[in-house]
Design a protein around this ligand. Structure first.
Ligand code: UDP
Ligand code: MG
Length: 314
């Protein structure tokens, strides 16, 4: 019997791109036609699209039995959409890719090749980062080096969600039901036998990227708060040093007052200390709040996504 490969594609407002995607995967010279030795299942997740994505998906599902779809009840975000795919996929392995063809399907044969050799997580690393601003580039560089240094496993730069996962990895990821998902960190967290391949990321074929700087910032904070408690440690250490310096300064002030007597002065230094300490305290409170907020969200134990419609029998 052929091995079954699920291809997971989260789609959010991808109406325009779907025909091209369908062609690249299931068209006459599509990848699924070329790879004869495998059965394919294309799992399209409609993540609450506001355009005609669902209609288009259903249209293709009607004409091709390999197309499966799950339509979520609203836009839950790519991370949650991926979890629904992990839950519903039935393949022996899974390839995750974007709907906008920025992840070339032509890489799938190479991934499968490594999978057959026993690798359980074959991830594609971008050779270059394509068009982006200087600020974004340096921001992300600094971010990854921070993540690397503060967590015990490697969260890799330039590696996105484009990868092939063995069934064991999918089952591992399905057990991670947190609501604030940072899948990139999860891939690193689960471990298993990994293999890196390189690819050149193209530009988006149609439509527009749905990420704004604000989303990236949020994802970045999620990444840190869900994978390391380093900021908490950091505020402890800063607090300790400030107390130490304050203590030494206090001794000095006392000695000065006792030995020489102290005419009242020093409004500026008082002001500086108060403002500085106030700032540090607010920062630390904010950090604690970030973590507390996450505990609050997880404590509610809500489902990560809700399905409104699907053609997958579970
Ligand atoms: N996506 C999604 N839900 C969202 C945002 C994006 O499922 O809320 C999907 C989108 O359809 C695409 C993939 O995630 O298949 C990557 O999105 P995009 O191309 O906008 O991100 P970028 O390539 O700029 O990182
Ligand atoms: Mg994209």
């Amino acid at each position: 019997m052929n091995k079954k490969v699920s291809i997971l594609i989260p789609c959010f407002n991808e109406e325009e791109g779907l025909p091209m995607l369908y062609d690249a995967l299931c068209g006459q010279s599509g990848i699924c036609e070329k790879l004869k030795g495998y059965d394919f299942e294309i799992l399209l997740i409609n993540d609450g699209s506001r355009d005609k994505t669902l209609e288009a998906i259903k249209h293709y599902a009607g004409q091709d039995a390999r197309i499966r779809y799950i339509s979520l009840s609203r836009n839950f975000g790519k991370e949650c959409a991926m979890l629904s795919g992990f839950d519903y996929a039935s393949g022996d392995c899974m390839v995750i890719m974007d709907a906008d063809l920025q992840h070339p399907p032509t890489l799938i044969p190479e991934m499968l090749n490594y999978w057959e050799q026993g690798f359980q997580d074959v991830y594609a690393k971008r050779k270059s980062r394509g068009k982006e601003s200087w600020l974004r580039r340096h921001f992300s560089l600094a971010y990854y080096s921070l993540l690397q240094k503060t967590s015990r496993f490697d969260i890799l730069e330039n590696v996105g969600d484009f990868r092939l996962l063995d069934r064991v990895c999918i089952d591992a990821l399905r057990q991670m039901r947190e609501n604030e998902r940072y899948t990139k960190g999860m891939f690193a967290w689960i471990g298993f036998k990994k293999k890196e391949i390189l690819f050149e990321q193209g530009d988006r074929q149609t439509g527009a990227s749905s990420w704004h700087f604000r989303d990236l910032l949020n994802l970045g904070i999620d990444g840190i708060t869900s994978f390391t408690t380093a900021p908490l440690r950091f505020s402890t250490i800063v607090g300790f040093f400030i107390s130490l310096v304050a203590f030494i300064y206090m001794c000095w002030v006392l000695v000065k007052a006792i030995v020489w007597g102290d005419p009242v002065a020093g409004f500026p230094s008082l002001m500086v200390v108060i403002l500085f300490l106030g700032g540090v305290q607010l920062l630390s409170l904010g950090i604690i709040g970030e973590y507390l907020g996450r505990v609050f969200n997880e404590a509610k134990g809500r489902p990560v996504y809700l399905v409104s419609e699907t053609n997958v029998e579970k």
